[in-house]
Structure formats: structure tokens, C-alpha cells
Design a protein around this ligand. Structure first.
Ligand code: ADP
Length: 452
């Protein structure tokens, strides 16, 4: 469940429980009040009924009966019953079902009583008259009050359900609003990598706001990362320069020694090996230097607009004859008529290095024809480099972009394991994407997407 739904649901459950409690209390208080009100009416009726029955004076009796008829509406299922006190089982008339001797006993002591008789409410009063002491009982069903209560229950249920839906949807909407900046933060975090550490989140607004603090913390973390990446880069750059100078000197000395005419064959061979290894070391240092350059800093200010097909034609010429016998076949059938569609923005020499690394690998690991195609899509310029060489094992596919990683089957061939890592960094730096597909022993296809 998404966080926004979880917030909305928790909020809805908690508040609707509170509301249910309040509404139930309102219902309970209203029903209590209704009952009291009805009992009060029943007491009045019992009083008047007793007077009507017991009043000797004919005139008064008629008057009371008239009042009762006019002003006291008959209640639903109303029943009256009168008996003289003290109650004796043998003398008194037979009791109706709702009365028992204990109730009469209580009434005699307290003077009045109320009770429930099924769905009817009942009251009893003690009435003292010149003819003696009597007990008058009245029971009736509070139809009007019950209807009112039922209506109230329906209204309460409707209000509660409406509240439930309204709060859930408002909660979701509000949760979405509150979480939007966090979504933005996570989206930005995903785009951060070593080649775009310059990215910063907007940290404006109220500085006490938790989201503002989160953005500032994230920005400070990026600052620290950028500083450490820059320091690392600087170190590699300095170390590479320091190593290059003595290597150049060694190579110079070896070449001078090799130029001597009377050099014995054995020494010549040794010097050639030294020269070869020194050149390898020089290449490694150069690649390390480029890797360091492509990592960390924002190069966008050095971007220019150039044609990608030009770069590919240059590479096709430069790499045409490879020592392994591999050669490039540039397929221009997909090139659009409008050459402006082949332009991209970036650092030309870095993009050339990235493509050269992938092309050299294809030539090196296949030793035969390598197909190169350039395609234009709506959003990208796509370079496809397909070889039919040794291929890459499925387990190695995810590892080959790590610096210095070389698959088992590639180890007999020369290399340092830096080329692909460098190519990937350069492509990422240009907001591009590098994809690889391969089958062991059958060949490899690299696809490089550059945004147009
Ligand atoms: P290097 O070529 O110096 O070994 P890279 O970084 O260029 O280093 O490549 C890393 C690894 O990826 C290679 O060692 C190899 O195992 C694998 N690889 C790259 N390109 C290919 C390819 N075209 N065919 C087969 N394996 C490849």
C-alpha cells in the first residue's frame, strides 16, 4: 500500500472511530431524554385517570373527562389499571400480565414506579383520596419517540458513512500534496550519480519546515560527496601525471638503446619487452586519467553541438585495420536526409573515446567484421555496435562496467578492464544510456542512446 493511502486510511479509521463514539453518545442521550419525557407524560395521565375514576363530584368528573379527551391524545396501545391499596391477592381484581405483586409492593413504599413492559413503558402512582388509597397504572407504547429515534439513527448512519468517504478522499488528496516534495526528492536522488553531483534541490521556503531541512541535508550530502569525488579525481590526475614523466623517460632511453647497431639479439628482445610493457603502462595511465576526468564534475559548460555521424566516420577510418584482423562496416542506410537530425550536444572528444572503446573491444574480441549502425528515433540518436566474437557469459553482463573487471574468456587478450567503465561514465554524463546484449561464443551487441 502506498504511503499516501496508508496515511489516509489511518486518519479515516481514527477520526471515524471518534465520530462514531460522539454520534453514539448523542443517540444515547436523546433516547434517555425521550424516555424521561414519555414517562413524565405517563405520570400526568395516571394522575388525571385516577382523578376521573375517583372523583365523586359529577361536575368535576365530567370536566376532567373532557380535559382528558381534548388535551391528552390517546397513546398507542395505552392501558390503564387501578387497584386499591393495600393489595391483597384475594380481595383485589386479577392483575394484568404486566403487573406483579412486587411492583405493587415497591409502589406502596415509594409512591411511584416506572417499568418496561415489552415495547411499552409503564408508570404507577399512589393516589390518596377520601375513599382510601389507590394505585393507578398506565402503560403505553411511545410510537412518536421511537419513530424520532429511528430517524435519528438513520441520519447518524448517513452522516458517519459520508464522513468516512469524505475523510478518506480528502486524506488521500492531502497526503499526495504533502508527499509530493518527497516524491520529487526521491526522483532527483535516483538521477544522482558520480557524473552529475552538481544537482541540487531547491531549498527555499520556511527553514523550519521538515521538507526544507530534508532538502538542505540532501544538498549538504551532495556537497560532501562532490568534494570527496573531486579530491579523488585530483589525486588520480596528479598521480597519473607524476607516473607519465618517468615512463616517457624510460621509453626514450629504451628506444635509444634499441637504436644501437651492435646490440646482441637477447638484449634486443629484452629491451623490446620493456618498451612494450612501458607502452601498456602508459595506456593504462592515460585511461585512468580519462576516467578521473569523466567522473564527478559537471562538464556541461564545455558542451558543443556536433554531428555524431562525423565522429563515427572518423573512427571507422582510424580503427579500420586492427591487429586482430577485425574491421568495421558502417551501415549508413538508416541515416536521415536531414543531417541536422544527426547532431547532439556534448563533449566531442569524450564521446569519441567512449565509442572508440566499445568499437575496439568489438574488433579485439571478434577479430572479424563488426557492424556499426546509426539510427535516429524520436528522442534519441542510437549507435548499434554488433560483433560475432567470443560473447559475454550471462553472469558477467552486470559486472563488465565495473572498473578493472575482465571476464574469464577475455583474459588471454590484452586489456585493463577500464574501457567500458569509462564509456559508461561518459554516456551517463551526456544523459544517455548504454545497453548490452550478448551470447557466449556467438557475439555481442552494444546499444548507445544519446538524447537528441
Ligand atoms: P578490456 O577491453 O580492456 O578488457 P573493458 O572495460 O573495455 O576492458 O571491457 C571489460 C570486459 O567486458 C572485457 O574484459 C570483456 O570481458 C567484456 N567485453 C567488452 N566488450 C566485449 C565484446 N565486444 N565481446 C566480448 N566481451 C566484451
Amino acid at each position: 500500500m502506498t504511503l499516501k493511502n496508508r496515511i489516509a486510511l489511518t486518519f479515516t479509521i481514527l477520526t471515524s472511530l471518534i465520530l462514531a463514539l460522539i454520534l453514539c453518545t448523542v443517540y444515547y442521550i436523546t433516547s434517555r431524554y425521550n424516555r424521561q419525557e414519555f414517562l413524565r407524560r405517563l405520570y400526568d395521565r395516571a394522575e388525571i385517570a385516577a382523578q376521573v375514576v375517583l372523583e365523586q363530584d359529577e361536575l368535576n368528573q365530567r370536566l376532567l373527562a373532557e380535559i382528558r379527551r381534548k388535551h391528552l391524545q390517546t397513546l398507542t396501545e395505552e392501558r390503564e389499571f387501578m387497584l386499591s391499596l393495600p393489595y391483597s391477592r384475594s380481595d383485589s381484581p386479577e392483575l394484568p400480565a404486566f403487573l406483579n405483586p412486587e411492583a405493587i409492593e415497591t409502589l406502596s413504599k415509594r409512591g411511584k414506579i416506572d417499568f418496561q413492559d415489552g415495547r411499552r413503558l409503564g408508570v404507577g402512582i399512589k393516589y390518596v383520596d377520601n375513599q382510601g388509597t389507590f394505585a393507578m397504572f398506565v402503560t403505553a407504547f411511545d410510537q412518536y419517540g421511537q419513530a424520532k429515534l429511528q430517524n435519528l439513527a438513520r441520519v447518524i448512519l448517513f452522516v458517519w458513512l459520508f464522513y468516512l468517504f469524505a475523510v478518506f478522499f480528502i486524506g488521500r488528496w492531502y497526503g499526495q500534496r504533502i508527499l509530493r516534495p518527497i516524491g520529487e526528492l526521491s526522483r532527483r536522488m535516483q538521477t544522482v550519480n558520480a557524473s552529475n553531483l552538481h544537482l541540487r534541490l531547491p531549498a527555499d521556503g520556511n527553514p523550519n519546515d521538515e521538507l526544507h531541512q530534508l532538502n538542505s541535508t540532501f544538498n549538504r550530502m551532495l556537497d560532501r560527496l562532490a568534494i570527496s569525488v573531486e579530491a579523488q579525481k585530483q589525486f588520480i590526475s596528479n598521480a597519473s601525471h607524476q607516473l607519465k614523466n618517468p615512463l616517457t623517460a624510460i621509453l626514450g632511453e629504451v628506444e635509444t638503446a634499441l637504436a644501437a647497431e651492435d646490440l646482441p639479439q637477447e638484449q634486443k628482445q629484452t629491451l623490446n619487452i620493456i618498451a612494450e610493457e612501458t607502452r601498456r603502462l602508459e595506456t593504462l595511465i592515460l585511461q585512468l586519467l580519462r576516467l578521473a576526468q569523466a567522473t564527478g564534475a559537471d562538464h556541461r559548460d564545455q558542451f558543443t553541438t556536433f554531428r555524431l555521424d562525423d565522429v563515427l566516420f572518423e573512427l571507422a577510418e582510424e580503427l579500420h585495420t586492427h591487429p586482430t584482423g577485425g574491421h568495421l562496416k558502417l551501415d549508413s542506410s538508416y541515416f536521415p536526409e536531414d543531417s541536422a537530425r544527426l547532431t547532439i550536444e556534448g563533449q566531442r572528444y569524450l564521446i569519441k573515446i567512449a565509442l572508440a572503446n566499445i568499437l575496439e573491444n568489438a574488433l579485439k574480441f571478434s577479430g572479424e567484421e563488426v557492424e556499426v549502425a546509426l539510427k535516429v528515433t524520436d528522442k534519441h540518436l542510437l549507435v548499434c555496435i554488433i560483433d560475432h566474437g567470443i560473447g559475454i557469459a550471462p553472469d558477467d553482463l552486470s559486472k563488465i562496467f565495473a572498473p578493472f573487471y575482465r571476464a574469464q574468456n577475455a583474459r588471454p587478450l590484452p586489456g585493463f578492464g577500464i574501457g567500458l567503465s569509462l564509456a559508461q561514465k561518459i554516456v551517463q554524463m551526456h544523459d544517455g544510456k548504454l545497453e548490452v546484449e550478448s551470447e557466449l561464443g556467438r557475439g555481442t551487441a552494444f546499444r548507445i542512446f544519446f538524447p537528441r
